[in-house]
Design a protein. Structure first.
Ligand code: MSP
Length: 474
């Protein structure tokens, strides 16, 4: 099979170090990438860091480092943590990469030459936290709703503008009409409606350069300005393809993002692409947010959960499982370490871990030789859930098998069986465990592989506990 699939995560700002929010998008993108690889598809999966702009420059200043030193340092915390979670990206893009900078310049130059960029004076309220202009109506106590600790600043500059408004009618048609040559999907449906409503309410042109931000890519025809950080960032998806000579993977099949950056990914990006004569992505999926113990996660509240926290407590696959099963696909989801511990103990230590431990111990005790692996394929219902971003439903489907098997062991008192009956029962539990592990490969690859190996036969023996129980700290 040579179906090509290009999957992306947002590139994360380096003013912050990795937290559970970044982790959830990246883990799920990895699950999707692995899932499609299992189906025999050719996948190109990228993540990276967004390193220019006022916010990053400010963070560098606060640490007393040059922007480049600072971004080198923080970008590494992202590129190094993902492999520890078994996130198998094919490329990690940094916007300070000289090749990316060149591609941004070329692309903008092309749009400029096509006549879609002009100079104008702009006055507005800018939120450095969002790196965007916001309207008067959005301001609460002098701040934007997402960044209550950062006052918005009045900006008044001559900037270069992109004729975003010109593309609005085309974008509306492209989103609404599945047969439109430029059709792209925005999902879930509620997010598509949001975008359409906003497009229909009227859209202004977009300021795409800044005179007062020096930490950025110079505008190719006007070195007194730098490219607006969001335009620079969006183009990363295209640069990653060009840098790796993966043109045959263009356009992207899926931009997986959080809900707060939907407008950039579902409107601005597509307009820029049309203006540059490039093909549009097939789908933008915007998930909702995690809250932590009922509150917005924030440094000032001190409730930020880091991927290191999760790894130390739950291990690689424990973390991947907890993220996938709580993934905020359609609604915000509340998470917390206490909840995670309970879920870990119930589903992983008691559920899967126990099943594997009990059956392997009985296999060893029986002294029988067993038949090896059957051929498996992903169950259609399970596939449907994954493809609809319903990761928890896919896992619940597998856990129904696990819980059912554990129940059945007790019901038939498997440990009391003897002879052929015992052998046949064990063999059927072995197949069931193999099938469970087969399905879990995209989610918890290391554990799934361990189980498949352990239950290969002919002799089956217990191994170390897969998920040691976490005892509650009193
Ligand atoms: N640099 C931009 C993205 C540019 S993409 C061309 C950016 N970076 S970010 O560091 O702020 O990361 C935002 C993304 O992190 C969200 O879109 C989402 O994927 C993830 N999350 C951040 N906080 C989150 C939660 N609390 N919950 C779930 N995901 C969250 O925006």
């Amino acid at each position: 099979m040579d179906k090509k699939l290009f999957i992306t995560t947002p590139i994360y700002y380096v003013n912050d170090i990795p937290h559970i929010g970044h982790t959830c998008t990246t883990v799920v993108a990895d699950i999707l990438a692995r899932y499609h690889k299992f189906l025999g598809e050719d996948v190109f999966f990228i993540t990276g860091t967004d390193e220019h702009g006022a916010k990053v420059a400010e963070a560098a200043r606060e640490e007393g480092l040059s922007p480049q030193e600072f971004t080198d340092k923080v970008s590494k915390t992202f590129s190094e943590i993902w492999p520890k979670l078994n996130i198998n990206f094919d490329y990690f893009i940094r916007t300070t990469n000289p090749e990316h900078k060149k591609i941004v310049s070329e692309l903008l130059q092309k749009i400029f030459e096509n006549g879609d960029i002009y100079k104008a004076k702009y006055e507005g309220l800018y939120c450095v936290g969002c790196e965007k202009f916001i309207t008067e109506g959005e301001v609460v106590n002098g701040c934007c709703p997402l960044h209550p600790n950062r006052e918005v600043a009045k900006q008044s500059e001559e900037n270069w503008f992109f004729k975003l408004s010109k593309y609005v009618p085309t974008l509306i048609k492209a989103i609404e009409d599945e047969n439109h040559p430029l059709h792209y999907k925005i999902s879930p449906a509620s997010k598509k409606s949001e975008v359409l409503a906003r497009l229909k309410a009227g859209v202004n042109d977009l300021s795409i350069s800044r005179a007062d931000v020096s930490w950025g890519i110079p505008v190719p025809w006007d070195s007194s300005q730098t490219v607006y950080v969001w335009v620079d960032a969006l183009i990363n998806y295209y640069s990653a393809i060009k840098i790796n000579h993966k043109e045959n993977f263009w356009p992207a099949n899926l931009h997986l993002i959080g809900k707060e950056i939907l407008w950039f990914h579902a409107v601005i990006w597509e307009a820029l692409l049309i203006a540059a004569d490039l093909q549009l992505p097939k789908e933008v999926f915007a998930h909702n947010f995690y809250t932590v113990d009922g509150q917005k996660m924030s440094k000032s509240l001190g409730n930020v959960i880091s991927p290191q926290n999760l790894l130390e407590r739950f291990g690689i696959d424990g973390t991947r499982y907890l993220i996938a099963s709580s993934f905020p696909s359609f609604d915000d989801a509340d998470v917390g370490l206490k909840k995670f511990e309970e879920k870990y103990n119930a589903d992983l230590a008691n559920g899967l871990g126990n099943l594997v431990a009990r059956i392997s111990a009985l296999c060893e005790k029986s002294g029988f030789n067993f038949k090896s692996k059957k051929e498996f394929v992903f169950d259609p219902f399970f596939k449907k859930q994954i493809e609809a971003f319903r990761f928890n439903d896919a896992l619940v489907f597998v856990w129904d098998y696990i819980n059912d098997a554990n129940r059945k062991i007790n019901e038939i008192k498997l440990w009391e069986q003897k002879g052929e009956t015992f052998k046949e029962s064990l063999q059927s539990f072995i197949y069931r465990i193999q099938e469970i592990a087969y399905h879990l490969q995209p989610f918890i690859p290391e554990t799934a592989e361990k189980i498949l190996k352990q239950f290969e036969g002919p002799e089956i023996k217990p191994g170390a506990a897969l998920f040691p129980r976490i005892e509650n700290e009193k």
